[in-house]
Design a protein around this ligand. Structure first.
Ligand code: SAJ
Length: 447
């Protein structure tokens, strides 16, 4: 296996192509978007990811790597195209089925095809059947087809490509052994071998499990808000139990994976996936709860004669410490709030250039400017830069902390006599108890 063709130069395909080139393969990165291809060949990495600029430069200059908009023959093809969902939450496999005929036209005896895109159970078999019928190459004998789902975390893609264990599922045992040859070149961790259908299901289960866990954290938060408790303290203390490990509540679940993949299981297993569906709905509803609570506070301040309260949004990206806006709940919240003329929205997002943000929002501010000017501070993303905020300077402002940004861990030990005098450990949410009715009445405005 000398030459590899990676189909789809996005968040997974481009880094995979770069690593493969770094580890000695001759690599062709194929993408149907000529503009994207030109940018990559001109040392512009197209996607945001730590180290990608240097690594792309390195492989373009020192290794056998190029991007192309015309597919080429190779020994191994990696399919890394997007697999989003359609309106009705069904998998949209159109990119896979656009890639398949192009691929079929290139295949020769002995080639290996690896589908890395996340797909519903059974898709790799369909792909293998399609390729066999178009090429007359017998899968498992002349052509080797496998599924090896990507598992990397945006923000850590390059280290995780090498360090994460991988699941390789073959259409036949020969297919899995051939696919393994590609990954063993650069994966330092274990390669687990199985059949393609199991590998498909494993990937979907991984992301669904995380979605359910986040939904649980968000439900705990909703319950805590409704009685004026700090959810971050409730969870922190529950996690002191040796067998409890609750995740962090947030303003919603974003990105292209966790919010999408559970629907692939729901589509295939409608009768066995009630929990997954509920979790999806809980997490999808969260941004609207955030908007409703914020609206309540805007109304409250208006009653206190602040005619047009200034609302500072801290963070827009889909999760902390990255510059990725894909399906970001924080962005959705900010965009919905920007439609209200009775508040002034201030946006602070240190991971994105001001000029880009100014195309979307009227008032983009630095952290300091925002904290000085705001009446309401909406903590949406727990960026490291925000953790340095000194809460003493903003005590008089209304802070709505939906991601635990300003929560200080509970290190106290107190004796029972003190308990009755102990004030709420954080006042950040103590007012929400009176707000939940307003929230319910306001929610219909956003659906
Ligand atoms: N989130 C919470 N609370 C948490 C953790 C995350 O609300 O405690 C939110 C984040 O803010 C974000 C969303 O969930 O909006 C997803 O973030 P994430 O860090 O959980 O995951 P992704 O989407 O960046 O990457 C996931 C990873 N999957 C798992 O951890 C099981 C990654 O390994 C996969 O490769 C990736 O999906 C993918 O491409 O499938």
């Amino acid at each position: 296996m000398k030459k590899v063709c990676v189909m789809g130069l996005g968040y997974i395909g481009l880094p995979t192509a770069i690593i493969a080139a770094e580890y000695g393969f001759e690599v062709v990165g194929f993408d149907i978007d000529q503009h994207r291809v030109d940018r990559i060949n001109s040392y512009d990495p197209v996607i945001q990811e730590p180290e990608i600029f240097e690594k792309l430069g390195y492989v373009l200059t020192n290794c056998q790597f190029k991007a192309t908009a015309t597919i080429e023959q190779a020994d191994c093809f990696i399919i890394a195209v997007p697999t989003p969902f359609k309106e009705e939450k069904k998998a949209d496999l159109s990119y896979v089925w656009k890639a398949a005929p192009l691929l079929a036209g290139m295949l020769k005896k002995g080639d290996v095809v690896i589908l890395e895109s996340t797909v519903p159970v059974g898709t790799t078999q369909q792909l293998a059947d399609f390729l066999q019928s178009k090429t007359q190459l017998a899968v498992g004998q002349d052509l080797f087809v496998a599924h090896c789902p990507e598992r990397v975390l945006p923000g850590k893609i390059f280290s995780e490509l090498i360090e994460n264990p991988r699941i390789i599922g073959g259409i036949t045992p020969q297919s899995v052994n051939q696919a393994k040859k590609f990954y063993k070149q650069f994966v330092k961790s274990q390669l687990y071998l199985t059949n393609a259908t199991t590998a498909e299901m494993v990937k979907l289960v991984e992301n669904s499990s995380r979605d359910v866990e986040i939904a649980f954290a968000n439900q705990v938060a909703a319950m805590a808000y409704s009685v004026g408790l700090n959810p971050f303290e409730v969870i922190e203390l529950a996690n002191k139990h040796p067998r409890v490990d609750i995740l962090n509540p947030s303003c919603g679940v974003g990105g292209h994976c966790i919010a999408v993949d559970p629907w692939f299981l729901v589509e295939t297993f409608p009768d066995q996936s009630k929990l997954l569906k509920s979790a999806r709905l809980i997490n999808d509803e969260k941004p609207f709860q955030v908007i409703a609570i914020t609206r309540s506070w805007v109304n409250n301040l208006q009653k206190q004669n602040i005619a047009r309260p200034k609302v500072l949004v801290l963070g827009l990206t889909y999760k902390p410490d990255i510059d990725d806006l894909r399906e970001s709940p924080a962005l959705l919240i900010a965009q919905k709030l920007s439609k209200y003329s009775d508040l002034e929205l201030l946006i602070c997002e240190p991971h994105l250039e001001h000029s880009k943000l100014q195309n979307i929002f009227d008032h983009v501010v630095s952290l300091q400017e925002g904290l000085e000017q705001a009446d309401i501070i909406l903590c949406l993303v727990k960026h490291s830069q925000f953790k340095a905020i000194n809460t003493n300077n903003i005590e008089h402002k209304k802070i709505l902390d939906f991601c635990g940004l300003l929560y200080k861990p509970n290190n106290r030990t107190i004796n029972a006599d003190e308990l009755m005098f102990w004030p709420a450990s954080s006042t950040l949410f103590s007012d929400s108890v009176i707000l939940m009715d307003d929230v319910t009445s306001q929610k219909e405005n956003f659906s």
